[in-house]
Design a protein around this ligand. Structure first.
Ligand SMILES: NC(=O)c1ccc[n+]([C@@H]2O[C@H](COP(=O)([O-])OP(=O)(O)OC[C@H]3O[C@@H](n4cnc5c(N)ncnc54)[C@H](OP(=O)(O)O)[C@@H]3O)[C@@H](O)[C@H]2O)c1
Length: 306
């Protein structure tokens, strides 16, 4: 069995060593133009050339949960496209989102600023019931985040494309449930895949429907937020702030107004990192399952785009 590895943002050697240990006997190499035919490819943002030169791939494994970078590529219909299915990301996402929500609700950012000024001052405690959290996307990551927020006794809502049930979460779905979801949400957490349906979804109209004093945590993809609309709603005071981990252009360009906006907290696409050991174990397990002729989880539905 031959496996190709392609990722231009990580050093390949530890990945190759990990796959060799997990799949003894497999021939694993970094992809180069003209590479001999392989059975599987493990990729992040591969070039079209890799796909074109490897028409016999049984599966392409994406080393992330989001496959939006793969969707514009022409991939043969017989090649399975498989995304990461948690692989250690959901717990990271839960801690990141809970931290962002709690920091905002408990005004820890303001306390930090006060303490730096030498001000020993108290703020009036805020009632968590006044901060219903709405999680967009009730998949692998969104469900884990919704459960984690419940743990801190925030009222939690969820929104998905098809109806979902998560115990204790007020679940709404589809276009018909969207406005009701937004209107009942004060802290909006975006965990949707980036697809034609979700691109530019968070604009003036939709963000404007959040409860007054709303807060956005975007940990999905930058393309879901209309930057200028978010800035306008922050400046008009309808939104109290946002924590943004993802951006339309990454790295965020130096001249972008997000960098200097006082109501924004930014991180460099780090809310849920791909963990090498967990990822190799998951992909190796799926390759073994496919070789035995068994189905695997995380196969991308190319029609819906995730
Ligand atoms: N910032 C980071 O570091 C980071 C790390 C990992 C992932 N991510 C992002 O997180 C996203 C979610 O990952 P996941 O593993 O949780 O994906 P997932 O398991 O595929 O879940 C996606 C959820 O979004 C819902 N959805 C999709 N299109 C929708 C639409 N048009 N309207 C309403 N709901 C829609 C799905 O609805 P159904 O339940 O009806 O299918 C599902 O509940 C990834 O696609 C990626 O972009 C970011």
């Amino acid at each position: 069995m031959r496996i190709l590895y392609h990722a231009n943002i990580t050093k390949p050697e530890p990945w190759l060593a990990g796959f060799r240990a997990a799949l003894p006997g497999a021939d694993i190499a970094v992809w180069e133009p003209g590479a001999p035919p392989a059975d599987y490819a493990v990729v992040w943002a591969p070039p079209q050339q890799l796909i074109d030169e490897q028409p016999g791939l049984k599966a392409i494994f994406n080393t992330g949960a989001g496959v939006d970078a793969l969707m514009p590529l022409r991939i043969p219909p017989n090649t399975l496209l498989v995304r990461l299915d948690d692989a250690g990301m959901s717990v990271q996402m839960a801690e990141y989102v809970c931290h962002a929500v709690i920091r905002h609700v408990r005004e820890l950012d303001l306390y930090e600023a006060d303490m730096r000024q030498g001000n020993w001052t108290f703020r009036k405690p805020r009632d968590r019931r006044d901060f219903p959290c709405g999680v967009m996307g009730l998949g692998v990551l969104g469900t884990r985040v919704a459960r984690a927020l419940q743990h801190f006794e925030f009222p939690v809502l969820g929104w998905s494309r098809t109806p979902r049930q998560v115990e204790g979460v007020r679940c709404l779905s589809g276009a018909g449930g969207f406005d009701e979801f937004l209107a009942a949400t004060r802290v909006l957490v975006c965990l949707l895949p980036l697809t034609p349906d979700t691109r530019d979804l968070l604009d003036r109209r939709t963000l404007g429907k959040l409860m007054k004093g709303g807060y956005l945590v975007n940990v999905a993809r930058g393309g879901q937020v209309v930057d200028q609309d978010l800035l306008a709603l922050l400046d008009e005071g309808h939104l109290a702030g946002a924590t943004l981990d993802v951006f339309r252009d990454e790295p965020l360009p130096p001249e972008h107004p997000f960098w200097r906006h006082p109501k924004l907290t930014l991180t460099p696409h780090t809310s849920a990192r791909t963990l090498r050991d967990e990822t190799i174990a998951q992909i190796a397990g799926k390759i073994r399952a496919l070789e035995r002729g068994e189905p695997v989880a995380g196969v991308v539905d190319r029609e819906r785009g995730y």
